[in-house]
Design a protein around this ligand. Sequence first.
Ligand SMILES: Nc1ncnc2c1ncn2[C@@H]1O[C@H](COP(=O)(O)OP(=O)(O)OP(=O)(O)O)[C@@H](O)[C@H]1O
Length: 342
Amino acid sequence: MAIIQIADVTKVFAARGRGEAPSAALDGVSLDIERGDVFGIIGYSGAGKSTLVRLINALEKPTSGSVHVNDVEVSALRESQLREVRLGIGMVFQQFNLFNSRTVWGNIEYPLKVAGVPKEQHQARISELLHFVGLVDQAHAYPDQLSGGQKQRVGIARALATSPAILLADEATSALDPETTREVLALLKRVNEEFGVTIVVITHEMEVIRSIAHKVAVMENGRIVETGDVFDIFAAPQAEATKRFVSTIVTSVPEGAALEVLRSKHPGRIVTFSFADGNTSQSAVFLTLGEAKVGFELVYGGINEVQARTFGHLTLALTGTDDAIDSALASIRSVATVTEVK
Ligand SMILES: Nc1ncnc2c1ncn2[C@@H]1O[C@H](COP(=O)(O)OP(=O)(O)OP(=O)(O)O)[C@@H](O)[C@H]1O
């Protein structure tokens, strides 16, 4: 059974000002997140990602629908019953949200105190966490003496202090430079692999999804427009929003200015052939075109790697009669995805 189950959830906020209509931040969202997964939720600003996270840790209640965490319907619990649920969910934030008046040690100790963990157990747990995040030497430093990456490592150690089964990371790397982002993502990956913690990653960056997520849901206007395994989403995005996100890092399909240039150089038909997973059917494409007496020139393309699996796109400018091209494309469709560039 999924560790997080979101079933047909709608969240409507009251109008912010007079004359404004109430807004649906979430509109019929259903999502199952399996135990042990790193699940990415991607969307532009205002898509509803933070609202979804706030429903998971029950900071908000849905207007309709239900949210189950660990088989408990958190959306039906009273505030006084939520304490235990929240102890099982760690949170990591974009702005770190550390106590500036407490040391690194004090920040990590805070959730142990709140959870009522006996004082004599604190030292061993904090020291274990400091080792895990590589901050043993900074134990007595204050947050303003740390770099952004170090602050986020404290944030992660603090979130893990009470050994939660779930970690919610809301734009956890959005305030960090690319190198530090890579380090923090690698740390989150270890949290998942070494402790089996289920991680929900909220982001607007596809690179974050590519680096650590196993599965992803793409959100737009309060809805999930596409969801699936990260590799499949990268190799063959279906929804327009997903295609836009994928195109931010997969540049082997011609778009925009690159497409204009191709169009001006090649007035005939331009077709992209897509292959996934070590599929060696590129040669079948060339053979079929040759047999059909269709001329071709490779004008764009590339191979990409996601989760140690590869996929690629080849764009060819074709010359020949429409009939010959159509019949060749019809038979190539059994070995590759064929997209005619309009
Ligand atoms: N407390 C609230 N009252 C009224 N409207 C809200 C409230 N919280 C969120 N919204 C609205 O709900 C929609 C979704 O917001 P949400 O913060 O979940 O999106 P998001 O994808 O997390 O965006 P961002 O990355 O900018 O935080 C937005 O239109 C937002 O203005």
